[in-house]
Design a binder for this molecule. Structure first.
Ligand code: MSP
Length: 518
């Protein structure tokens, strides 16, 4: 039996700058997954937050003439604001500078230090470090940049560092990690990423440096004056802090750990599928169940960069279009797990076609005809009508296919199924032409009731994607709050009761204009 609790997380972003559209994308995708699980009736805990330690934060603050804490406070709030603007349903927001997280990180450190006669040992680190990636690199991973600079695979400059450091015995975990990937084939998704990680681990793992001594913006290593934890040790630990660690006897921890899913971007997959499970194994804690690495977003086909001036501000986009259409674009237009693009023209086309024309019009046309011809009271269906039964059965099948797609978080496929069901319903509506049935009001009513029922089912299933609009549609259909779960969309015998008085219809989705050329 699968457990009912479900714990899902986003990566925690560095608040060294304003959030961009890539951060918005990750929040929205994870939110749609969390909402879908709730729709299925699961007890969800959804965590997001900010990753506030490390040299990158220190250096950015220096450049901006702020204290590191001021920078962290200011920008962390912007990530919280973004979550609110996008209608993200997170249950908690963690900051790694919080006291609870210090306790948690020090406890996992102590457990790792105590494990296997010491998975943590002291030595000297000599090697390359990229501040932008907050990551160490081997010489053979680097390329030559301008002016003799050495570059990490991300293109960020690396610097040679030599310092006294604690190390984690990652090399001892190679076999256990390979066994994990074999025994849990869905531990890493998508599959291409899994193959990459397996071959990386098979090439052999080196121990990792996990403390720094050249700055103090971090969590102190227990009993080691002058050492702060390497930012990734404390960053990854947020996932257990968020559910109550170090109190691992607490109800919350027992209910939600191990996490069902960490959603992250493809650039940080090694940290999540190699380091993190090894840390957990070392500390004697259960390993998370799955990691999904999504792709990267570009802006109008180009990599986003401050120098190109094409970094898309998610607040501006939400201000202009509203959260639902932006969410929908991310979820439908970008194949989950692949790279994708934010493009304004594509956005307007997608939103107008699928939301305003397909979904919105079907609701608006059927509901205004019910208002006009039946005083806003839901007319009865005609039980024997094959056409009506067929289109309802098709809708239910499409929602079942959405459920299958969502079992492996295939967000864009689930969204596509929904839209296909609505297209079929639009076709039914056009063929049945209820406006021409003035001489057979029973038939007109049955067509409208059937269509309204499809809108009800679709709106229930659409809630994880476009929560506000879907909720509004369900209000317009007078669907009670306790009948908005997935089971109510799939139940072949559940309909809006005839005679139910509906509120006056109003449009739910706007149509957008393309930007004028020139
Ligand atoms: N702080 C680390 C994560 C620690 S998780 C324990 C970090 N922060 S980040 O701010 O650089 O990135 C946060 C998330 O946003 C990551 O999952 C990253 O992959 C994702 N993205 C960053 N740029 C992105 C795009 N351009 N497109 C899509 N996602 C992107 O890494």
């Amino acid at each position: 039996m699968t457990r009912n609790a479900y714990y899902v997380t986003t990566a925690i972003a560095y608040p060294n700058g304003e959030p961009h559209i890539g951060h918005a994308y990750e929040m929205v995708a994870t939110d749609a997954i969390a909402r879908w699980r709730r729709l299925e009736g699961r007890e969800v805990f959804f965590l997001t937050g900010t990753d506030e330690h490390g040299l990158k934060m220190v250096q950015t603050a220096q450049r901006e003439g702020l204290s590191t804490r001021e920078l962290a406070d200011r920008n962390s709030q912007r990530f919280r604001d973004l979550a609110a603007a996008l209608d993200i349903s997170n249950d908690d927001f963690i900051r790694t500078t919080e006291e609870r997280h210090f306790r948690s990180s020090q406890e996992i450190w102590n457990r790792m230090a105590a494990a296997n006669n010491g998975d943590i040992y002291q030595s000297t680190y000599k090697g390359w470090y990229s501040v932008r990636d907050e990551a160490y690199f081997d010489a053979d991973e680097l390329t030559d940049g301008e002016g003799g600079k050495k570059l990490a695979p991300s293109g960020a400059e690396v610097k040679w560092v030599e310092e006294d450091s604690y190390f984690f015995r990652l090399s001892a975990y190679q076999d256990r990690l390979l066994k994990l990937y074999e025994e849990q084939p869905d531990f890493i998704a998508p599959a291409e990423r899994r193959n990459e990680i397996i071959s990386f681990v098979k090439r052999g793992l080196q121990d990792v440096s996990i403390s720094r001594t050249t700055f103090d913006w971090g969590i102190p290593v227990p009993n080691a004056p002058g050492h702060v934890m390497y930012v990734w040790v404390d960053a990854l630990t947020n996932y257990i802090t968020g559910v109550g660690f170090p109190d691992d006897k607490s109800e919350q921890f027992k209910t939600f750990w191990p996490a069902d899913l960490h959603v992250i971007g493809k650039d940080i997959i090694r940290f999540h599928t190699v380091y993190w499970p090894a840390f957990l194994m070392s500390a004697g804690l259960p390993v998370q169940k799955r990691v999904f690495a999504h792709g990267f977003l570009t802006s109008e086909g180009k990599k986003m960069s401050k120098s190109l001036g094409n970094v898309v501000d998610p607040f501006a986009v939400v201000d202009e279009f509203g959260a639902d259409p932006v969410r929908y674009y991310f979820l439908r237009e970008i194949s989950w797990g692949q790279d994708g693009d934010w493009g304004r023209e594509k956005f307007v086309n997608r939103s107008n076609a699928d939301l305003a024309n397909n979904f919105g019009n079907l609701a608006q046309r059927s509901l205004s005809m019910i208002a006009k011809n039946f005083g806003g009271q839901m007319p009865p269906r005609q039980l024997g009508s094959g056409e009506d039964n067929k289109v309802i059965a098709e809708t239910i099948l499409a929602i079942e296919r959405m459920t299958v797609a969502m079992a492996t978080e295939q967000l864009h496929e689930a969204a596509a199924e929904l839209v296909a069901a609505l297209s079929a319903a639009n076709l039914y509506f056009a063929e049945q032409a209820p406006w021409g049935k003035k001489d057979d009001m029973a038939r007109m009513g049955a067509i409208l009731a059937t269509t309204a029922d499809i809108v009800r089912r679709a709106a229930i299933a659409a809630q994880p994607f476009v929560p506000t609009a879907a909720g509004k549609m369900l209000d317009l259909l007078a669907v009670p709050a306790d009948q908005r779960q997935l089971e109510h969309a799939l139940d072949p015998d559940l309909f809006i009761a005839p005679q139910t008085q509906l509120p006056p219809p109003e449009p739910v989705f706007r149509k957008f204009e393309q930007a004028k050329a020139g």
